[in-house]
Design a protein around this ligand. Structure first.
Ligand code: SF4
Length: 180
């Protein structure tokens, strides 16, 4: 699998980061307990376990996506050393989050906007599908039926335009240019 860079991960929206992790997480083959300190686990044991977990992460193709998502999720605490995610201890994640606070705030705001955009796209697609299944009534005479068909075509065009506008904006924003 292609190894993602931090620069690439920072440009991605949350669902894309999550999909990359779902597809490539190396820890999917590891013991999940490796990444968390057990209650009352002695420091020396945890330090050895933490080093092993970090070693697994450093061989993971989606480490950058995982770290980015952990930062946006608020994982880690600067007072409690009890987990590893994205190749970093919880304390390291907390410190990194402080240093990148402005960038992360902007990324999370963009995630929210993308969620709203995605809902808009789904709603328009469902409306388009439902509208396309409606047969204008045949009981009102040929002339009136032609009007109904024209109105329906107009609604379909408006919905298709709405979908194209959302897709084009998203593609342009992510550097893909205008929707094909
Ligand atoms: S970076 Fe580590 S915690 Fe994250 S998906 Fe990869 S192996 Fe799992």
């Amino acid at each position: 699998m292609h190894r993602m860079t931090s620069t690439q991960a920072r440009r991605m929206r949350r669902p894309v980061l999550q999909a990359a992790i779902d597809a490539g997480a190396k820890c999917a083959e590891a013991d999940p307990d490796l990444f968390f300190r057990a209650d009352g686990e002695p420091t020396a044991t945890w330090q050895a376990q933490r080093a092993e977990a970090i070693r697994v992460c450093h061989g993971c193709p989606v480490r950058a996506a995982c770290e980015e998502l952990a930062l946006r999720d608020g994982d880690g605490n600067d007072r409690v050393d009890d987990l590893v995610r994205g190749g970093r201890s919880g304390c390291e994640l907390a410190a990194l989050r402080k240093r990148q606070a402005q960038r992360l705030s902007e990324a999370m705001t963009a995630d929210e906007a993308a969620d709203a955009e995605w809902r808009n796209l789904i709603e328009a697609s469902v409306e388009l599908w439902a509208e396309a299944r409606v047969m204008p009534t045949r009981s009102a005479g040929i002339r009136h039926q032609a009007e109904l068909v024209a109105q329906q075509n107009q609604r379909l065009r408006e919905l298709a335009d709405r979908i194209t506008a959302v897709r084009s904006a998203r593609r342009a924003r992510t550097g893909w240019g205008v929707a094909a």
